[in-house]
Every structure is written in structure tokens, then in C-alpha cells.
Design a protein around this ligand. Structure first.
Ligand code: SAH
Length: 187
């Protein structure tokens, strides 16, 4: 796994999704070297950089041009990116031109989550996996309900990670913000 502190960051771009969360996402995705992955809302490129090391191909989309540029810089910094395509567009627009998806990660959707999930469902191969990360309670509920409507059997895991800072007087645990990882598999 890459180290959070090694990522180039920008104050206008959220991310990277924290290391422990990226590890759970990779594990839940059941990624293989033949998979085509879409990272919708790539932000700083945390998820993109991890998947580019173990998938066949990654297509990363963000509405924010600066997110695309930061992701590109991080891929370069880590010596990755040969198998990554970056698209500066809304997820719903970009996804309508992409087929044959094995794994769709939705880390940002604005108010387009339902739209994005409709298109992902159309383009996802059988046995394909959908992974949504959500911080807002409302997004969690919206994601679960939409996946149910689309005929999936969604699972949701709320993750609370605290990292220890070793001080002279003891170990101080510092918590990260809780995040839900919602997963579903196409039958
Ligand atoms: N997983 C990322 C962080 C994602 S932050 C990382 O590890 O770095 C969420 C991102 O989603 C933001 O950069 C935001 O610009 C993008 N976003 C929000 N709505 C979007 C949409 N409808 N389509 C594409 N990207 C979107």
C-alpha cells in the first residue's frame, strides 16, 4: 500500500482516501489483473494509484480539472499510470462512453449518484463489483436504496480508524473521520 503522507495534495481537491480504507476497498473489490476499473471522482488519486498496480486498466474521472492534474502528478510520482486514462468530465457523461467495466468505484458523485449508478449498472459485466464510499449519512441511504432498486443485494460497512501517535508520555490515538464502504456484486 502507498503511504498517505507521500501523496501530493491540493487544498482544492479532497483525498487521498486513507490507507486503511484503500486496503479494504481493494480487498472488497476482489480485483484481478484482468479487470477494467473505473474510479468515478478520483480526487487526489488515492484509489486510482492503488488499482493501477493490480488491475489491467483504470479509467479515472473527475469534474474538477485540478483533481485530474493532482491524480496525474501522483501517478507520475509513484511511477504508475501506463494503464490509466484520465477524464475531466461528469461521471454520468464519461461513463456513458465506457463499456466492459469489471469494478466501478464511486468516491464522488455530487448530486448525480442515482444517475451514475444507473449507467454503471448498464455497463458493468456480470460478476462486476460496485464500491461506493460515503461520508454523508444521506449518501449512504441513497446508495443503498438505489442499489436495492437496481436489484442488487448491497452491503454496508462503517469504518472508524484511529492511528497511534507515539509520544514521550504515551501513545495518543487520533481518529480519522468515519466512512462507509458500500459494496454490491452483479449477478
Ligand atoms: N477517492 C479519492 C477522493 C475522492 S473526493 C482519493 O483517494 O483521492 C471526491 C471527488 O469526486 C472530488 O474530487 C470531486 O470533484 C469528484 N466528483 C464529485 N461529483 C462528481 C461527479 N458527478 N462526477 C465526477 N467526479 C465527481
Amino acid at each position: 500500500m502507498l503511504d498517505d503522507k507521500d501523496f501530493i495534495k491540493s487544498c482544492d481537491v479532497p483525498g487521498p482516501t486513507k490507507e486503511a480504507i484503500r486496503a479494504i476497498i481493494l480487498y472488497k473489490s476482489e480485483v484481478t489483473s484482468s479487470d477494467r476499473v473505473v474510479d468515478c471522482g478520483c480526487g487526489t488519486g488515492g484509489i486510482t494509484c492503488e488499482f493501477s498496480q493490480c488491475a489491467r486498466e483504470v479509467i479515472s474521472i473527475d469534474t474538477n480539472l485540478e483533481a485530474i492534474e493532482v491524480t496525474k502528478s501522483n501517478l507520475k510520482k509513484f511511477g504508475l499510470g501506463d494503464n490509466v486514462t484520465l477524464i475531466n468530465d461528469d461521471g454520468a457523461n464519461a461513463l456513458s462512453n465506457i463499456d466492459d467495466i469489471d469494478i466501478a468505484v464511486v468516491g464522488g458523485s455530487g448530486r448525480q449518484l442515482k444517475n451514475i449508478l444507473d449507467i454503471v449498472d448498464e455497463k458493468l459485466n456480470s460478476q462486476g463489483r460496485i464500491i461506493i464510499t460515503a461520508i454523508l449519512v444521506d449518501t449512504k441511504v441513497e446508495a443503498i436504496n438505489k442499489l436495492k432498486d437496481l436489484g442488487y443485494n448491497p452491503k454496508i460497512m462503517e469504518v472508524n480508524v484511529s492511528n497511534g501517535r507515539v509520544l514521550d508520555r504515551g501513545i495518543l490515538m487520533i481518529s480519522e473521520n468515519p466512512i462507509a464502504i458500500i459494496t454490491a456484486k452483479k449477478r
